[in-house]
Design a protein around this ligand. Sequence first.
Ligand code: ADE
Length: 421
Amino acid sequence: MGGDAEKWVLMVTARTPTNIAVIKYWGKRDETLILPINDSISVTLDPNHLCTTTTVSVSPSFDQDRMWLNGKEISLQGGRFQSCLREIRARAQDVEDKKKGIKINKEDWQKLNLHIASYNNFPTAAGLASSAAGLACLVFSLAKLMNLKEDNSQLSAIARQGSGSACRSLYGGFVKWCMGKEENGSDSLAVQLADEKHWDDLVIIIAVVSARQKETSSTSGMRDTVVTSALIDHRAKEVVPKRIVEMEDAIQKKDFPSFARLACTDSNQFHAVCLDTYPPIFYMNDTSHRIISCVEKWNRAEGTPQVAYTFDAGPNAVMIARDRKTAASLLQRLLYNFPPQSDVDLDSYVIGDKSILQDAGIKDMKDVEGLTATPEVKDSILSEKSKGDVSYFICTRPGGGPVVLADESHALLDSVTGLPK
Ligand code: ADE
């Protein structure tokens, strides 16, 4: 190690997207290594709207590994963080920064301590897969800091040990997490099926649904499902392998009707398997069900799917519209059926890519109040409108993978003290 009076701080900042599975991961065959019982496929969401930014730093003056999440110090003692740190340190290489006069030999990484600061640009508690983006960003930024030779697919196998779905956030576009066969998990990793430019007509609208109670954690939910559900084996062995092949084909051909049918039926089967768990797990609520009804009725009225929906381990709806025009129409329907509470303004009710609002011809709350029922929803459960069932909507699209942010202004740690800015 070198440098002025051992006072140097070396750091890297990176940004990593979140992802939404359209063929779901549910059930582990190894709890420590986080090995799944089936392959899964996801869409990476545009990091301009949903992402994690993480700064990792190293200095001989740090006396322990420390981490801050959204400005608050958190413990790094958990087994999953420790697995990621151990796996990355084991692959660390020599690093030299001639300008700063710093030389770190690969053996030094075992003794050097790290400071890590991470920030999610969306509420961590909203149930929007923050741990997927978070763990992927931690692994990606540390890999850059320590000059690892591994590619993103090999890094995904490390991120997987922090949070299963994190492995899919190492790539943009459409990503498959191959379950793998090896007992040590070396072949359980992510591969990119297509980049974000391949199918750029798609528009994604997320309804953040107000939840009254805390959901069952995914880890304990999956464990209970694997132990008690009679359906999960059939899903993993018979249903998903066929759907994976069909979904890869639908993505490659940009076949929206097949994509939508597969995404919707797979989300529904995941929630059916949760209901088949004993005791049963309920992730969707009445609002989630009303959103499904809204989309299903519209798709049926059109004769061919316009919008796909998918729900993870919580009540939020992720809707994927076939193009911008459909997305504008979807947003009109959603705002009519799920209006905000009277004290909420439009600017905070629809966030992300606001151009979809413009396309829908909605400039202010007056325009929202002026929306009228579409024919297919008459006399349905959708006529029971109550304000505030949706907290807000996020408009986004498929997006790119992790990137290093070279400009120091993005750093979350001070370049002299290595403490949060
Ligand atoms: N859990 C939720 N968000 C996270 C983040 N950004 N980093 C690590 N763990 C997280």
